[in-house]
Design a protein around this ligand. Structure first.
Ligand SMILES: [Zn+2]
Length: 475
């Protein structure tokens, strides 16, 4: 018989005893399931499957905005990779998506000091027509400031929004800043403006503009809208600071094409005694077009697929079914997740727990939730099982991400291993969202934390209760 002494150093002995002690004390999870957590951790931190997935997606597919040839290629890629990894019940679900094309865009300051500035059209923006738009510009901070201007103040003008996004680890700065992009152009159009230039929703000081969806209103004229980088927005503010009139020239060939076909791609590990219950790992497969969608959202695709693969490769058989759903077109209207909920209406109740990965490559730094308050102790126990990752405990108002909105509305609980977003908005929706921005070690840690959380969620001996409180606004 082997002795502890012959096998372990003192430090390892203490660690082992502590771990066994914790496992024995768990009022919820079976000891064997907690032992599997250690297996997942050891294997996950040494596994580069997710890295190879994001490398392959960004290299072999690249940009994949809704309706584009890259979108179709991404669907084929996902199906092929799920087959290669041996997922069960692989299928696609057809989704109709809007098909907007960016075209070319240019912005020039005409006066007081003429110079061009790099721009990107906002997603969904109309073009300017071949002649472009020459107009005096009005500078405002944000949507509220625009609303407060006297009537006629922006008529026949170009509106320039100056608000700067704040850098935060949890991405909360984005939620505060994004209204300018989402609703600023519609509001400016309703007030008679001819065009909009926004300071990018960005934390970077490089010269890459950030795109992202804008939403027009049916009751207001649709006017062209573009983004400039932070340093160019600073420079444009200095032009205004001269006190002289600022005149801009805007040109864009953005346009809508007829709706196109895309698909959600789904694969899973079938459960055992509770197979009818689904633990969902969601991520969107589409990306904006200027970059190759490495952080947004090749990383999320890789985290969810990598987590499922990790559980499967460890030889674990979950009680509940663990499903990866790669959603079509999150970026320009969440078409895929809305189609998923519509198609699964009768089976929505089977989705007992949801995860989403759509916030870069990590690492995971916090565990948040949106569970029935009675089950908060279960989340605390999951956090204890994740103790080696030293995660903070987040609140119980997690959003998960935009693709969980529909199921959350129906009461599905959410677990959110929160990905560190400190640098995410330096690259988000830019030409600079490339594989170089993905840290392999952070990605491994993220995959492992997702896999462990999903595994415990699938093994939970109780019943995941519905949540009745409204879901938090999405970040
Ligand atoms: Zn995204």
């Amino acid at each position: 018989m082997r002795t502890f002494k012959s096998l372990l150093t003192a430090a390892a002995l203490i660690a082992t005893l502590t771990s066994v002690h914790a496992a024995d004390k768990s009022p919820t999870f079976a000891k064997a399931d907690l032992n599997s957590v250690r297996t997942l951790r050891e294997r996950g931190l040494a596994d580069d499957t997710a890295w190879r997935l994001v490398e392959s997606l960004t290299t072999e597919v690249g940009p994949r905005s809704a309706g584009s040839p890259g979108d179709a290629a991404a669907v084929a890629w996902a199906k092929r990779e799920m087959q290669r990894l041996g997922f069960a019940n692989i299928r696609t679900m057809a989704v109709t998506v809007p098909h907007w094309v960016r075209g070319e865009a240019q912005l020039a300051v005409l006066s007081p000091w003429p110079q061009p500035m790099p721009v990107l059209a906002l997603g969904g923006s109309v073009g300017t027509g071949a002649e472009g738009i020459d107009a005096d510009a009005v500078m405002v901070r944000d949507v509220a400031a625009l609303s407060a201007l006297p009537a006629g103040a922006v008529k026949d003008r170009i509106v320039f929004f100056t608000n700067r996004m704040e850098r935060t680890q949890d991405g909360s700065g984005y939620g505060k800043a994004v209204a300018v992009r989402a609703t600023g152009p519609a509001l400016a159009g309703s007030l008679g403006a001819l065009g909009v230039v926004i300071r990018s929703v960005s934390t970077s000081d490089d010269r890459f503009p950030h795109t992202g969806a804008t939403r027009y209103r049916d009751d207001a004229p649709r006017i062209p809208a573009v983004a400039i980088s932070n340093p160019d927005a600073d420079a444009l503010e200095r032009q205004f600071g001269s006190g002289k009139p600022v005149r801009l020239r805007l040109y864009s060939t953005s346009r809508d094409l007829p709706a196109a076909q895309s698909a959600n791609v789904i694969g899973e590990i079938s459960g055992s005694d509770r197979a009818a219950e689904i633990v969902l790992l969601g991520a969107h497969l589409d990306s904006w077009d200027p970059g190759v969608g490495a952080l947004d959202n090749g990383a999320g695709v890789a985290i969810t697929m990598g987590a499922l693969n990790l559980i499967q490769q460890a030889g674990l058989k979950p009680r509940r079914t663990i499903r990866v759903a790669l959603f079509a077109n999150e970026e320009f209207g969440t078409s895929g997740s809305r189609a998923y909920v519509a198609e699964n209406q009768a089976e929505a109740d089977r989705h007992v727990l949801g995860f989403e990965a759509d916030f870069g490559a990590g690492p995971v730094w916090r565990l948040s939730s949106r569970v029935n308050p009675a089950q908060l102790p279960v989340v605390d126990e999951m956090l204890r099982a994740l103790a080696p990752f030293k995660l903070a405990r987040g609140g119980n108002e997690a959003s998960g991400g935009a693709d969980l909105d529909g199921l959350a509305k129906l009461g599905m609980p959410i677990l959110s291993p929160d990905l560190d977003g400190t640098k995410y908005f330096d690259f988000h929706h830019t030409a600079d969202d490339t594989l170089a921005r993905v840290d392999p070690a952070a990605l491994r840690q993220s995959v492992t934390a997702y896999a462990i959380s999903a595994w415990l969620g699938a093994q939970y001996p109780g019943t995941w209760e519905k949540v009745t409180t409204p879901k938090a606004a999405r970040r």
